[in-house]
Design a protein around this ligand. Structure first.
Ligand code: ADP
Ligand code: ZN
Ligand code: ZN
Length: 748
């Protein structure tokens, strides 16, 4: 008996099946999905592998075949169904098999209980702080000081986890326990982690007319689904979550299971409560804050069908339910549904494949669907359901646009318009809360005219130039075109043309200057550090410990703040001019989402959008809460410029520490690509530096390829990359890394 084994090393040369003899004593035990130890390579080093199949013969002579050393567990980490999914992913995304298999596996640990430690909260805070201060200065106690200050910022944490994070020894922990500064307890992982909370069982609400139509349509499909997909377009507050609850109820009645994917950021205590109240112990949640042990136990419960609903971010799409009937993607337009590491899968594509395999139903849902999904619906490839009204018919907030060019004319150079200042003051007087939103994501270094709003764009690509401060130059990150920064605006001649970029810190500083009496909270990657940092800030704001919350898109969703009646969007243009053809779409989605934060309670909400491009369609349509007009305008533009969904894009990123090697390799690969593109079936762009042209001392260069036919595009691109690799293997090592991505959502 010969076993087909995938080795646990991710490398292009090892990305294939290896044959091993199954020793007689293991023949009855081997199964697909089992982990085994095998001798590998010249030194016969013992390495972990995964059994993916069996065969009777091998192209290698029998005498030369090696044998499996031993089986690691009795429990397979994937079954044939998941193996098939992994094989599909390997081909569909051009990834290595081991990386695809890893998506299917639980973090494998055979434990059913875990030790948790926490700080002894009985000790007064001041005293703890003093102890930490004291310990920090003593060499012998430094590790203990680190543990204490970490635990101050976190609730309970598994012992194994804190040891990994802080790189500390058992002895430090032990002496802290002996001093009664920290506590340790054993937690039974098989128990529902929410069992200590008393959830009130809720009954389905009586659906509105619009909800009822949607629910009936979906339930009807559920009964004989064959991998169908539905797009639900319902405005914010139209009762989409209630719809999920009612159709999941039906799935459970049919004896099936459902997966609900949500962006991690909206997995708030409120969300947990809504699902727990309805489904009790049948529902489980997975997220990055869980320990390996907890995640494993959930994975196992799902596999055994002991739970019926799994709610979690992107990776929950791999939940190994035995009779999966429904996968919901909430906020389906979110870019976090696409993995940024290999395999660079999109959860909606994996969801579709899973539903195809088992005859399930996929529901994508959003108040602002992605252009891609809405186009599919318009083309009739998937069904479209729409809800146009809020549940209680409450009004959407009133949105006003403020033309910042006029502010400048009037001599106001502050980041706040006169109107916004007035409105903030009104709220402070009335003791109502304010959210200030800085529409900044990643690298929005573009150059614009503050007088007329003109933005410097590449002629070839219709994409904003990126500003490079180090040499004061402009560059297009699609085609590589370069330009100098003009001293006056090419459109109006003003000299107020400059690099754009304000951070949240700057905003906080200015708010404190303008409104010294206001209590201000700031949320960004710096302040929301730690496992629960994000939630802590939002909870503080919710419990009225601050008047103004400043943040980036991190505050765009999740919590409801009933006392927020004013949302100020400081610079709506910031996402509009990032070097990305999806910038208008992302701007529209963000503006719509953020506007939805105002007036969720009984008080009516108002939104002020500050912008230098008030006439831009993404801003105008967001003001009117008008998705359809936005869609129509944008889809025409995409078609004219041949961008997705009218074509597919394949991205090749070459990185390395030696800049010359990276650049010459990228040009070398481009030569090959040109050579095999004589019929001009593919549009080639580049070589160009990536948007972030250097990360951690590695230079980054990019080639983009466009083609309508996805399969052809994949074949051609990998063919060229393989040719390139073959040539360079004979030339010696270049020490570069090649990453690929089909249909990227974000380019960095
Ligand atoms: P969405 O997910 O579309 O933003 P939700 O499902 O969160 O909307 O619903 C918004 C609010 O309306 C929630 O407080 C929810 O409990 C309530 N709601 C939803 N459906 C109904 C209904 N049929 N009757 C009464 N209240 C409802
Ligand atoms: Zn260009
Ligand atoms: Zn100008």
């Amino acid at each position: 008996m010969i076993a087909e084994v995938i080795i646990e090393i991710s490398h292009q040369n090892i990305d294939k099946v290896f044959h091993y003899i199954v020793p007689k004593n293991l023949e009855s035990k081997v199964k697909i999905g089992l982990r085994v130890k095998v001798p590998f390579g010249k030194g016969n080093k013992k390495i972990r592998g995964y059994i993916v199949g069996f065969s009777n013969n091998s192209s290698i002579e029998y005498e030369k075949l090696k044998s499996i050393n031993n089986i690691e567990d009795l429990y397979p980490v994937f079954d044939e169904h998941m193996l098939e999914l992994a094989k599909w992913m390997k081909d569909y995304y051009g990834a290595r098999m081991i990386d695809c298999l890893k998506c299917m596996m639980p973090p494998f640990m055979k434990i059913t209980s875990e030790k948790y430690i926490s700080i002894n909260r009985q000790i007064p805070l001041e005293k703890l702080k003093n102890i930490i201060k004291e310990y920090k200065n003593k060499k012998k106690y430094k590790a203990q000081a680190r543990i204490l200050s970490f635990l101050m910022d976190n609730n309970e944490i598994p012992l194994s986890e804190i040891k990994k994070i802080l790189q500390i020894s058992n002895s430090s922990i032990k002496s802290l326990i002996n001093k009664n500064l920290i506590q340790i307890k054993e937690v039974d992982l098989d128990k529902d982690p929410y069992s200590h909370i008393d959830f009130k069982k809720t009954k389905p609400l009586i659906p509105t007319h619009e909800q009822k139509n949607v629910i009936e349509y979906i339930i009807n499909k559920l009964n004989n689904a064959k991998g169908e997909e539905i797009l639900l377009h319902g405005i914010t507050g139209s009762g989409k979550t209630e719809i999920y609850l009612q159709i999941i109820d039906e799935v459970i009645k049919l004896g099936g299971q459902a997966i609900v994917l949500v962006p991690e950021i909206s997995l708030t205590p409120q969300t947990v409560e809504r699902f727990k109240n309805r489904f009790g112990e049948k529902v489980a949640f997975t997220h990055s804050k869980l320990s390996y042990g907890e995640r494993f136990v959930q994975w196992k419960k799902a596999k055994e069908g002991k739970i019926s609903v799994m709610i979690g971010p992107r990776s929950a799409v791999f939940t190994p339910f035995p009779s999966l009937k429904l996968i919901i993607l909430d906020e389906e337009h979110e870019t976090t549904y696409k993995s940024e590491i290999s395999p660079k899968y999109h959860a909606k594509e994996v969801a579709k494949k899973r539903c195809d395999m088992v005859g399930g139903l996929c529901l994508r849902s959003s108040a602002t669907p992605s252009l891609d999904s809405y186009y599919e619906a318009k083309q009739g490839q998937i069904s479209l359901l729409t809800i146009n009204n809020r549940v209680n018919n409450s009004a959407l907030p009133k949105v006003d646009i403020i033309d910042m060019r006029k502010e400048l004319e009037a001599g106001n150079r502050s980041i706040f318009s006169i109107k916004l200042k007035e409105e903030i003051q009104k709220n402070l007087d009335k003791k109502e809360q304010v959210i200030l939103f800085l529409n900044r994501r990643g690298f929005s270094n573009f150059v614009s005219c503050r007088k007329c709003g003109y933005v410097l764009k590449c002629k070839n690509c219709n994409i904003s130039y990126t500003y490079h401060a180090y040499n004061n130059s402009l560059q297009c990150h699609y085609c590589g075109d370069k330009a100098t920064v003009p001293s006056v605006c090419p459109q109006c001649g003003s000299s107020h043309i400059k690099y754009f970029g304000v951070g949240t810190e700057k905003v906080e500083e200015k708010v404190k200057e303008e409104f010294p009496e206001a209590r201000v909270l700031r949320m960004d990657l710096d302040t929301a550090k730690g496992k629960y940092g994000h939630e802590k800030i939002l909870n503080k704001f919710k419990s009225m410990e601050a008047d103004i919350l400043i943040g980036t898109q991190m505050i765009a969703k999740g919590h409801d703040f009933p006392n927020v009646t004013l949302v100020g969007i400081l610079a709506a243009d910031l996402t509009l001019h990032i070097q990305d053809f999806r910038s208008a779409e992302k701007t529209f989605q963000l503006l719509t989402q953020v506007s939805g934060r105002a007036g969720r309670g009984n008080l009516p909400g108002r939104v002020l959008i500050q912008t230098y491009t008030p006439d831009h369609y993404s801003i105008q349509t967001a003001k009117n809460h008008d998705y359809l007009s936005f869609y129509n305008k944008e889809i025409n533009l995409r078609q004219r410029l041949n961008y997705p969904p009218f074509t597919h894009i394949f991205s090749i990123l070459i990185t390395g520490e030696n800049e010359k090697n990276v650049i010459s390799s990228t040009y070398g690969l481009m030569e090959i690509m040109k050579f095999f593109n004589k019929k001009k079936k593919f549009e080639l762009y580049g070589p160009a530096p990536a948007i972030i042209s250097k990360i951690k001392n590695r230079y980054r260069w990019r080639i983009l390829i466009k083609c309508k036919d996805r399969d052809l595009l994949m074949q051609y691109s990998f063919y060229c990359i393989n040719k390139f690799n073959q040539i360079n293997q004979t030339k010696g090592k270049l020490d570069i890394n090649i990453q690929t991505d089909i249909d990227p959502l974000i380019m960095v």
